[in-house]
Design a protein. Structure first.
Length: 151
């Protein structure tokens, strides 16, 4: 496994399920969000993960949405002295590496939702499990805290 840096976004995140009947409005609203955010079209609705403050701006437009708050976003990226990841290069973590990290956390009673993106992978974890998650992750071989980790 390549060396992995772990960074925690200082902002709180929410996991929102928007009814599919509001898809057109959701697409417009989502286009105006700042990154990072993650969207998944599921059978039960549109699942959105975004900063809590961003959702507060939009929530009134989606009265049927189910909001779960109290999450933090942990970013996982390959440590590189050469700067940011190459957008044309391979994803920062192989699927097997990410799966191994998630299994390692689950064996210790910590659940996280994996979120894949172009430049790095992420874990969405409950705020109350953040410290334990970071402790377990940074004890995993090849994983270290990133330079701007918060918590």
């Amino acid at each position: 496994m390549a060396p992995i840096q772990v960074r925690t976004d200082p902002d709180g995140y929410v996991l929102v399920t928007i009814p599919l009947s509001l898809e057109a409005s959701a697409r417009v609203a989502i286009a105006g969000l700042y990154q990072p955010f993650f969207v998944e079209w599921a059978q039960g609705g549109i699942v959105l993960v975004t900063r809590a403050a961003e959702w507060q701006r939009l929530a009134a437009r989606f009265p049927g949405a189910i909001t779960q708050d109290g999450f933090r976003l942990i970013s996982l990226g390959v440590a590189s002295a050469a700067g940011p990841p190459d957008p044309d290069g391979p994803p920062p973590l192989a699927a097997a590496d990410l799966a191994a990290l998630v299994r390692h956390l689950e064996q210790r009673g910590i659940r996280g939702r994996t979120l894949r993106s172009f430049y790095r992978d992420h874990l969405l974890v409950a705020e109350e499990h953040l410290a334990a998650c970071l402790e377990v992750l940074t004890a995993f071989p090849g994983v270290s805290p990133g330079p701007s980790s918060g918590g």
